[in-house]
Design a protein around this ligand. Structure first.
Ligand code: NOJ
Length: 505
């Protein structure tokens, strides 16, 4: 009898599908950065001013250490060293963004900067020399100031401005760039920049800023997507998507109220941007739209603060993406009744009106909002996979911050990356079409309102040295080993601190 049970047990273990233990050979491993955070050269050649130049120069007190991105990691001069670091890590891909006002100093296409175009040509060519796939974001938060002077994302002409910028970019770089991302993190652009004061242009239009911006952003995205599809795709053969920040939001308890609360919070955090593009019905998320419409009426607004998309607009936006880029960092648990905060009324999170809880046992990074939440990549991506009918995904950012004095020893970052990449393996195993993973970040950089006080780099940057010397941290060696072997060895320890380039890179 015992023997039969034992045989049964062994058989069932053997039959169980083995956990994915290796990353596929064609899975793209990379790192990510953004123009304003690394480039410097803020007024090099004929580059125009952008909203971060303006804000950090006129309101330095809003940045924690009063710093700015004038020089940053000086990639404008050091781009060859950046590519050398990519080769050291053995990257398959590198995600970076273009500075709109470096290419179009006035924001509009009446003037194209030759120097700006030449800089990106050099950067891209240097990557391609070593078989590193460039993944290019068109907009990572540095809007030309001239366009901000006309209202930026709130101007109804914004979608046209963005479309014409996108066409210039496809035209100039599309012979070599095959992965396009229109916008980085719409929530952070719209809520933090227009509905709050935590990103430029710190407009703080809490009632409508987020929503008007959301509408113009998704329309701008769709126009840029169709421009690529209609005018360039045939000859250039690339793909175009958008990157949305999707941190996992789960219910605090299994109660129906908490599950509904979590759903409303997800609709407000990322549904506003994902739903119009990736859902079958199109338009802004249903329940959340109803909530905002009802509250707006009670508050005496003539129409909903969240504008509707017309049927024509819905059609333009629906399906306008070849892939879903996900920036993922952390998670929170949501309650219908507990842990509520006082948000300004009206505002995005007053409209959401739920509480949010983060278990204290989740390891805390230097950034206040960032914790290592178990299985959060798996939870977020399997959710999106089901909800939107299995689109293609890339994780376009994922990473961990440490305090600036922590130097080479970044064991908590290593712990985070190993946990995250195990969650990526689980996600692949669940059948999600996930094609790549970009670690944030290749090197330390200007962390927006936190200046240089929070460090996300696999490479440390010495911001006090003129060359902005870059030195690999321990996590760089660990990531290199994972990319090379396509698996996660939980015990791997680098022998010493000397980096090298493997043959063939
Ligand atoms: C997401 C943003 O895209 C990036 O610019 C930022 O530095 C990281 N999160 C870390 O906060």
């Amino acid at each position: 009898m015992k023997l039969i049970i034992l045989i049964g047990l062994v058989a069932s273990i053997c039959n169980a599908t083995p956990r994915h233990s290796k990353f596929p050979d064609d899975f793209l491993f990379g790192t990510a950065t953004a123009s304003y955070q690394i480039e410097g050269g803020w007024n090099a050649d004929d580059k125009g001013e952008n909203i971060w130049d303006r804000m950090t120069h006129t309101r330095p007190e809003v940045i924690k250490d009063g710093s700015n991105g004038d020089v940053a990691a000086d990639t404008y001069t050091n781009y060859k060293r950046d590519v050398e670091m990519m080769r050291e890590l053995g990257l398959d891909a590198y995600r970076f963004s273009l500075s709109w006002s470096r290419i179009l100093p006035n924001g509009l296409t009446n003037k194209i900067s030759e120097a700006g175009v030449a800089f990106y040509n050099n950067y891209i060519d240097e990557m391609l020399k070593y078989n590193i796939t460039p993944m290019v974001t068109l907009y990572h938060w540095d809007l030309p100031q001239k366009l901000q002077d006309f209202g930026g994302f709130l101007n109804p002409d914004f979608p046209l401005w963005f479309e014409s910028y996108a066409k210039v970019v496809y035209e100039k770089f599309g012979d070599r760039v095959k992965h396009w991302i229109t916008f980085n993190e719409p929530r952070e652009i719209c809520f933090q920049g227009y509905g709050d004061v935590s990103k430029a242009p710190i407009l703080n239009a809490t009632d409508v800023g987020t929503y008007y911006c959301a509408k113009n952003l998704v329309l701008g995205h769709a126009k840029a997507y169709h421009a690529y599809n209609n005018l360039f795709k045939l000859s250039q053969g690339g793909v175009c998507g958008i990157t949305i920040s999707v941190n996992w939001v789960g219910p605090l308890t299994d109660s129906e109220e908490d599950q509904y609360a979590a759903e409303i919070r997800r609709q407000a955090d990322w549904g506003l941007y994902a739903e119009p593009i990736f859902s079958e019905q199109g338009g802004f998320p249903k329940e959340f739209s109803e909530i905002v419409a009802k509250k707006s009426a009670e508050q005496g607004y003539p129409t909903s603060r969240l504008p509707e998309l017309t049927d024509e607009e819905k059609d333009l936006v629906r399906g306008a993406a070849d892939f879903f880029g996900v920036n993922h960092y952390t998670a929170s648990l949501v309650s219908a009744t507990e842990y509520k905060n006082d948000y300004p009324i009206p505002s995005l999170y007053a409209d959401v009106d739920v509480g949010s809880y983060v278990p204290p046992e989740w390891l805390q990074a230097e950034s206040a909002w960032l914790r290592l939440a178990p299985d959060s990549i798996y939870n977020a991506l399997t959710h999106l996979h089901k909800k939107y009918n299995g689109p293609t995904f890339y994780i376009t950012e994922n990473g961990w911050s440490q305090a600036l004095e922590e130097g080479y020893e970044d064991d908590s970052r290593i712990k985070y990356y190993r946990a995250a990449l195990n969650s990526v393996l689980d996600t692949l195993h669940a059948g999600v079409d996930l094609r790549g993973y970009m670690a944030w970040s290749l090197m330390d950089n200007f962390e927006w309102m936190q200046g240089y006080t929070e460090r996300f780099g696999l490479y440390e940057v010495d911001f006090s040295s003129e060359q902005r010397t870059r030195t690999p941290r321990k996590s760089a060696f660990v990531y290199k080993q994972i990319i090379r072997t396509r698996e996660i060895d939980p015990y791997f320890e680098p022998d010493n601190r000397t980096m090298w380039i493997d043959e063939g890179h």
